[in-house]
Design a protein around this ligand. Structure first.
Ligand SMILES: NC(=O)c1ccc[n+]([C@@H]2O[C@H](COP(=O)([O-])OP(=O)(O)OC[C@H]3O[C@@H](n4cnc5c(N)ncnc54)[C@H](OP(=O)(O)O)[C@@H]3O)[C@@H](O)[C@H]2O)c1
Length: 339
């Protein structure tokens, strides 16, 4: 067994997750006003629909608190056992500076308290500045917490292949790296995915539907959307990526090609974009941002699990992308956009 089913992925023997993860950056501000009560109600709906995995971070506003409140509510409604079906994958994103064991302990304890858990399913570590070498100290202290069972698994986010090699050489055990990965941004294919396959590390992909830009909403739009229309941080972030990739005209060609594939399979453009990334080597899951209490795409995204892309679909996508700029050359390896 390769650890994959249609809906689930076994990230490690004791951690099975949904291959579409609910992304919680969208509750952190810049994506519309979030009403906490409606947000928790929506979290229960996602869970009931089988979307049981959550991606969050200590720096995503109230996201960790929402997980805590959601867990209390879920337990009250369905019993404690139901909590075993939830996977909450948080991140630790410290400010650059020196790192001490007590600082690491306090940071992790804060997340445990906020999320109302005794241990973290997966802690994904982010580091802003490679010229500051303390990230290896941080990983060492996190490993100590893992030895004590406080962190079940260690993952990374936005680390490049070079730094991951250093970690592997130092004996640090990592099971995942969360990176931007979409039909537009294929940088992980160059070095990261082959490295991950070799070392049994999984990729968690974000930005795979470009904040919603990879959807019917922008199909056939000759005029580029104005900055005012791009009303979430996510849309603005990925519009910049499209500009670097090849611009709006080529993007429209891609959307048109994706639309033909979507119609052939009776699904949406977002479904095709998600499936394409889920099928890439080393990819465990795609994280799709959720604007809790505002809008949901639960039913539509469910269709991803029944969609199979054939060779002609992939060829059509690849032939448009062959005319784009190479983002690995323009930006660099995974995560270099943050440095
Ligand atoms: N590690 C990092 O540095 C990092 C960076 C960015 C994101 N992330 C993670 O990845 C998550 C994903 O966020 P993202 O910014 O990359 O956004 P994304 O997942 O590419 O886009 C999310 C948006 O796509 C739209 N959408 C979702 N399903 C759709 C469907 N079936 N059809 C049409 N539109 C659909 C929704 O827009 P509407 O709500 O407008 O309908 C949703 O808000 C974040 O929440 C976070 O957990 C991590």
């Amino acid at each position: 067994m390769d650890g994959k089913s249609k809906r689930h992925y076994q990230l490690s023997p004791d951690l099975t997750m949904c291959r579409i993860v609910n992304g919680m950056w969208q509750v952190a501000g810049g994506h519309g006003q979030i009403n906490p009560e409606l947000a928790i109600k929506d979290m229960l709906r996602y869970h009931d629909a089988g979307f049981t995995s959550w991606d969050l971070a200590d720096i995503y506003g109230p996201a960790e608190d929402f997980i805590g409140q959601f867990r209390h509510k879920l337990s009250a409604l369905k019993g404690k056992e139901e909590l075993d079906r939830v996977q909450a994958l948080t991140k630790w994103v410290p400010q650059p500076g020196s790192i001490t064991p007590s600082f690491v302990n306090e940071s992790v304890e804060r997340s445990l308290r906020r999320m109302s858990v005794n241990s973290l399913d997966l802690l994904q570590f982010h580091w802003w500045d490679y010229t500051n070498p303390y990230y290896m100290d941080a990983l060492k202290y996190l490993s100590d917490l893992q030895d004590r069972g406080i962190i079940k698994h260690m993952g990374l986010t936005n680390f490049d292949t070079e730094r991951m090699q250093i970690m592997i050489d130092s004996g640090i055990q990592i099971i995942s790296n969360q990176v931007q990965y979409s039909i537009i941004d294929r940088r992980p294919e160059v070095k990261m995915a082959p490295f991950c396959l070799k070392h049994n590390i999984s990729l968690l992909a974000y930005g795979s539907i470009c904040g919603g830009l990879l959807s019917e909403r922008y199909l056939g739009r000759i005029q580029e959307p104005s900055p005012a229309e791009l009303d979430t941080l996510s849309l603005r972030k990925y519009k910049r990526m499209i500009d670097a990739w090849g611009g709006w005209n080529l993007y429209q060609e891609l959307l048109s090609s994706l639309n033909q594939i979507a119609q052939k399979h009776n699904v949406s453009i977002a479904n095709v974009a998600t499936r394409y990334i889920l099928d890439r080597p080393a990819v465990a899951a795609v994280i799709i941002g959720v604007r809790l209490g505002i809008v949901d795409h639960i039913n539509n995204n469910e269709q991803v699990f029944n969609l199979s892309l054939d060779k002609s679909d992939c060829d059509a996508i690849n032939s448009v992308c062959a005319r784009s700029n190479n983002l690995f050359e323009v930006i660099g390896d995974c995560g270099d956009e943050y440095r």
